[in-house]
Design a protein around this ligand. Structure first.
Ligand SMILES: Nc1ncnc2c1ncn2[C@@H]1O[C@H](COP(=O)(O)OP(=O)(O)O)[C@@H](O)[C@H]1O
Ligand SMILES: [Mg+2]
Length: 432
């Protein structure tokens, strides 16, 4: 096995592992976890909880390893920020990330290739659109696709192996696979027994692409650095600690952070927070990461019209693209570290209007306001801390590059990304 000192959590890094997740299950499984109308597809083991938040709990199931189910807490259903609302926003952000995926890549070599065949692009889009629910934006999106020349020229690259590597380095949003409200009693009667005790109440659920956890080697490297000597083995072997994702708190400049303890006082590797210093220790190029997060925020803001309140960024893994087998003869599987944006439960949508002065001011305020709220202050690099200036500069560079390209492509009048980010810098001074 690799020496854990060599393991880096830099997006794009390949980790070999003995535990495997099927890379094929998404395309070959016609019956995902919510299709329980037909008894032959009912899973026999209960779902296992892999995540918990204020709005809901997230589960995995052994038969569908690349899917995650988020189930809403009963009391959340009555709030404006319920799961139904979240799913609408999540879909919007996912669509914007698909459309502007070239803007979400920070190219390390800055090499630009040929223009990708636009017909191919459209074919892919048309196929994906078929299986997606139509929404009002769809027509608008098609129209916009006709006028992509400027944008294509902005960020061109080959759809070859390089592009695959680039894709692994792009920020991603989990794809929504299905959604079901709590109205259908018959379906719910069949479904409830698959949820663990304590979750056997009717509620809205969403099935989405699962962000795979860090590999055992990745977790070992974290434990090696951040857990006391005596506790290492126990922490690593505990089943629930397999679901390890790392939060990238670039805005935290003091200390390294590391694992928190759960309610029972045990060290937890779930949603493990790493501050700037901790990320650096894990081999992460924090400036490149900041640029990616900047790009993600810009596409969410200007591409999806979503304010980004209380979103999360995590490092996780995915099965290496292009692997036609799930694992090689020795039983190894290669997984790639990646950065994901998730949890749109508290987000709001903004309307860009006609771009009149008042509308522009309001949109700027919505976006700025959300950027200094809650965890966003921890995720977004500080623009006042002098020692981490280059990290903010990275975020700013990513945000403006992607934001400008989106505005140009959408031909949104009256908005100016440079003006917005400058106003954010002035505003954020009051929220250190
Ligand atoms: N698609 C996913 N794949 C893997 N883990 C997930 C996924 N979505 C959420 N999680 C995990 O579950 C936790 C709770 O989900 P989240 O959407 O943040 O719920 P809440 O809105 O209640 O905070 C997340 O912090 C993350 O650790
Ligand atoms: Mg959350």
């Amino acid at each position: 096995m690799t020496d854990t000192k060599d393991i880096s959590l830099n997006p794009g890094t390949v980790h070999p592992t003995l535990s495997t997740y099927s890379s094929l299950s998404k395309s070959t499984t016609t019956h995902h976890l919510l299709h329980v109308g037909d008894n032959t597809h009912l899973p026999h083991k209960p779902l296992v909880q892999i995540g918990l938040g204020l709005q809901g709990a997230v589960f995995e199931h052994i038969t569908h390893p690349t899917e995650a189910i988020k189930k809403e807490h009963t009391l959340n259903a009555h709030l404006a920020t319920n799961l139904t609302n979240e799913v609408g926003i999540h879909r919007k952000v996912w669509k914007a990330f698909r459309k502007y995926k070239r803007l979400l890549i920070v190219r390390e070599d800055k090499k630009k290739g040929k223009v990708k065949d636009k017909k191919e692009d459209k074919k892919e889009d048309a196929m994906e659109d078929k299986v997606e629910e139509e929404d009002e934006d769809e027509e608008e999106e098609e129209e916009e696709d006709e006028d992509m020349d400027d944008w294509d020229a902005y960020e061109q690259y080959d759809d070859d192996d390089d592009a695959k590597k680039d894709n692994a380095r792009a920020v991603k949003v989990p794809e929504i696979i299905d959604y079901c409200g709590d109205a259908d009693d018959d379906i719910w009667r069949k479904r409830l027994r698959f949820f663990p005790e304590g979750y056997q109440t009717k509620g809205a659920v969403v099935v989405m692409e699962r962000i795979l956890p860090l590999t055992k080697e990745g977790r070992k490297a974290l434990v090696e650095r951040f857990v006391d000597v005596g506790a290492k083995e126990e922490v690593l072997s505990r089943e629930e600690n397999k679901h390890c994702l790392v939060r990238t708190y670039l805005g935290r400049t003091k200390g390294k952070a590391g694992p928190k303890t759960d309610e029972q006082g045990r060290v937890s590797l779930r949603n493990l927070p790493l501050y700037l210093e901790g990320l650096r220790e894990m081999g992460v190029d924090v400036v490149a990461l900041a640029e990616k997060m900047g790009r993600a925020f810009a596409v969410m803001h200007w591409g999806a019209g979503v304010d980004g309140d209380d979103v999360e960024f995590v490092l996780g893994t995915e099965v290496k693209a292009g692997a036609d087998k799930d694992k090689d003869e020795c039983g190894f599987q290669e997984r790639v570290v990646g950065l994901w944006l998730l949890d749109f439960g508290q987000c709001k949508q903004v309307s860009f209007g006609e771009g009149g002065e008042e509308a522009v001011k309001e949109v700027y305020q919505e976006f700025r306001g959300a950027m200094v709220m809650g965890d966003n202050r921890d995720f977004i690099p500080s623009c006042v801390d002098k020692e981490s200036k280059e990290v903010w500069v990275g975020f700013r560079r990513g945000y403006t590059a992607a934001g400008k390209a989106v505005l140009k492509e959408r031909r949104l009048q009256g908005y100016d990304v440079e003006e917005f980010i400058t106003s954010y810098e002035e505003y954020a001074v009051d929220f250190p």
